[in-house]
Design a protein around this ligand. Structure first.
Ligand SMILES: [Zn+2]
Length: 229
């Protein structure tokens, strides 16, 4: 699949994979039936802004800790921020947490602006877009907090455990928690959520041991900041 280079911010490159466009098209199509064309089209800026803002928060935290620019890729499962580094566990914990936190902060800022600026409430476009954008970011934030690989919640749990335990034990506990949560909570989205490969290829989260093994091997070394959505 091809990619479009959207630009760079402080050295962090932002690319758009065509699979992200396909995701948006599918999303809009499904919303057209439920809510009509005009409302469904709002999902284009909502998905783009929500995913990009979330990934920029990860990249910003990586930059704040001095690990240099990252590479952001917007793709079919959401977004990913890749940065080769060897960070301390508490730094990786903050980098993981920055994504969901930024989604909540964006939702809060949008709601505050919407209430504070009456002109926005009277503008039909903003009156439809902003509440949807805020709501989507709250859902986005909570979804990413699930302790399920490759979501941020998994990274938070694993990096928290790495602060007290060795790499292997922290990994084993967090991967078991991930599997327990996947199997005990109904997560229809997770069933089809592909597992991101560190080299950018996509595999499916179907229990394929080689796919899982590759991900795990690179993840355990701590050099990749790969996370989903
Ligand atoms: Zn994230």
């Amino acid at each position: 699949m091809g990619r479009i280079h959207l630009g760079s911010i402080f050295g962090t490159t932002i690319d758009l994979d065509f699979s992200f466009i396909i995701l948006i098209i599918f999303w809009v199509m499904s919303e057209i039936q439920a809510a009509g064309v005009r409302y469904a089209l709002l999902w284009i800026p909502v998905l783009f802004i929500s995913v990009l803002f979330h990934e920029l928060a990860h990249a910003s935290m990586i930059g704040i800790f001095g690990f240099g620019p990252s590479h952001i890729l917007l793709q079919g499962i959401g977004g990913v921020t890749v940065n080769e580094r060897r960070a301390r566990p508490w730094q990786d914990l903050f980098i993981s947490a920055a994504g969901p936190l930024s989604s909540f902060l964006l939702a809060f800022a949008i709601r505050a602006a919407f209430v504070a600026i009456p002109r926005m409430q009277h503008d039909p476009f903003f009156a439809a877009l902003l509440p949807l954008l805020a709501q989507a970011n709250i859902v986005w934030g909570f979804f990413n907090l699930l302790p399920v690989l490759p979501l941020d919640g998994y990274g938070i749990v694993r990096n928290f455990l790495r602060m007290f335990l060795n790499e292997r034990l922290a990994f084993v506990i967090s991967i078991w928690l991930s599997m327990i949560v996947v199997h005990s909570v109904e997560l229809p989205a997770m069933a089809v959520l592909p597992l991101l490969q560190p080299d950018g290829r996509l595999g499916h989260n179907d229990g394929n041991s080689s796919v899982m093994g590759q991900y795990v091997a690179s993840n355990v070394t701590g050099v990749w900041a790969v996370h989903g959505l």
